[in-house]
Design a binder for this molecule. Structure first.
Ligand SMILES: *[C@@H]1O[C@H](CO)[C@@H](O)[C@H](O)[C@H]1NC(C)=O
Ligand SMILES: *[C@@H]1O[C@H](CO)[C@@H](O)[C@H](O)[C@H]1NC(C)=O
Length: 443
């Protein structure tokens, strides 16, 4: 046990040394270019390069119906402890502080108090950029105060009355439109490593999914997981028939909605149930997430909607106008700074601290992207983000097996029938690196 943790540590340290070098990879630029998805279709354009000729949406603050009709449903984990939360409620339990602990804005805070920069004193001419600040909890978050726990969805409708999702729609030109659904949770309970943990906990947790449309038709679905994420062709993702709602009233129309699964504690998003190794590529599954068909959340029944044009957000209705939009310009951390090593709550294992920094908010999540991924993980130095054509299957006893779900060994093998021949082929030829590579490039 100790030996394996030390090995993990060694691996992590080696990679940490390599990361800056990998970031300088000369192929990154060319890959980014190649990644402007929509081969054969007109290109995806970043919002600040949109002209009146290339605009896909009629005006700022306009959210088309197809965005709402294709909003992903989220299966939360059945034994989740930290459910979705409301940013307006959350913020009341914090003050804004700098890295060194000096108070920039004291409690009680309202959402309107969050801004792109703060005036630290009457005399100071320059603003302290919000990037350098942290929201610091007034209570001991280690004691699970009520506000940290969030709210469960209503059993029949999936509505969470007390926790709106955040929708940000971005015009990507030439008929392309991106719909970013942000999911806010007050706390991220981190992963267990070989039964020990949790590691990597933080206050405040922003996750999101992206549905990319071309001329009103959903084409791709990307979902966040640990700073990276999973990318799928929209058709590949599991759908669920759902009654359409007008306001809070059900109508007679049935919609086919995409399904995603939010992992226990970390709220990382996946397209299937079971165990998912993360943060380290294929050969390792020491760090794992778990998803299942727990309570179903329908974020389209309660959301705050905005459009973003590369410089500013525009609210879609009065509800958002009343809250103001400046809070979205706050680029600081939505949770406490990593606890000091000598804090009794802090613990250390060779790969991770128990409590780490809170995350940054929605506008720090690369909404200008032309590729589908928010960013690439360190091992993905070529910066690829191909969309999968089959669902990536979870592992373990809970994983479901059916024809929708790929066998994580690429489409070539997937087409081999009967199944035992396929397993044999995988064992003989594709086990390990080759299998991972196949799967990566063919989905
Ligand atoms: C803490 O940081 C703020 C802003 O960066 C600075 O004005 C202040 O002097 C610092 N305080 C201490 C005690 O270092
Ligand atoms: C972006 O949206 C803001 C807010 O609605 C607006 O003031 C600004 O003019 C827009 N910028 C561009 C380049 O369209």
């Amino acid at each position: 046990m100790v030996l394996s943790i030390l090995l993990l540590c060694l691996l992590q340290q080696t990679l940490a040394v390599l990361v800056p070098w990998l970031d300088d990879d000369p192929f990154v630029e060319s890959r980014i270019q190649a990644n402007k998805l929509g081969f054969g279709l007109p290109p995806v354009v970043p919002p600040n390069e949109i002209t009146d000729e290339t605009r896909s949406l009629p005006y700022e603050g306009f959210v088309p119906d197809y965005v709402i009709e294709n909003c992903p449903l989220v299966h939360l984990y059945s034994e989740e402890v930290y459910w979705p939360a409301d940013v307006s409620d959350f913020i009341q339990h914090f003050r804004v502080q700098t890295e060194n602990g000096s108070i920039v804005k004291d409690a009680p805070l309202k959402l309107k108090d969050l801004k792109a920069g703060f005036r630290v004193s009457e005399k100071s001419k320059t603003l302290l950029p919000s990037e350098d600040t942290f929201l610091t909890a007034l209570d001991d978050f280690n004691k699970d105060p009520r506000w940290l726990l969030g709210h469960k969805p209503d059993y029949s409708s999936g509505h969470i009355k007390d926790a709106p999702a955040i929708l940000i729609v971005v015009d990507k030109g030439n008929g392309w439109v991106d719909a970013y659904w942000f999911y806010f949770y007050s706390f991220n309970l981190g992963a267990f490593i070989m039964g020990y943990g949790p590691w990597g906990n933080h206050v405040g947790d922003w996750e999101h999914s992206l549905v990319r449309f071309y001329e009103g038709k959903p084409q791709y679905l990307w979902m966040s997981a640990h700073g990276g994420g999973g990318c799928y062709k929209f058709d590949a993702v599991e759908k669920k028939a759902r009654v359409q709602y007008k306001g809070t009233e059900p109508t007679s129309k049935i919609l086919e909605r995409p399904l995603i699964f939010s992992a226990r504690g970390t709220h990382a998003n996946y397209a299937s149930v079971g165990q998912h190794a993360h943060d380290v590529p294929f050969f390792f599954s020491a760090l794992s997430d778990f998803t299942d068909r727990g309570p179903l959340w329908d974020p389209s029944l309660n959301y705050l909607g905005y459009t973003f044009n590369g410089t500013a957000v525009t609210p879609v209705s009065e509800r958002e106008e009343e809250l103001g939009t400046e809070w979205l310009d706050y680029l600081g951390r939505w949770g406490d700074k990593q606890l000091k090593w000598n804090d009794p709550r802090q613990k250390w294992c060779p790969v991770q601290w128990r409590f780490i920094d809170g995350p940054r908010g929605p506008l720090a999540k690369n909404l200008d992207r032309t590729g589908l991924c928010q960013r690439s993980k360190w091992w993905n130095f070529w910066d690829g983000c191909p969309a999968r054509r089959s669902i990536k299957r979870g592992q373990g006893l809970d994983a479901e097996h059916n024809d929708l779900v790929g066998d994580n060994c690429g489409i070539l093998l997937y087409r081999i029938r009967p199944r035992f021949l396929r397993s044999l082929a995988r064992l003989v030829m594709w086990r390990g690196v080759a299998c991972f590579t196949m799967d990566y490039f063919t989905g």
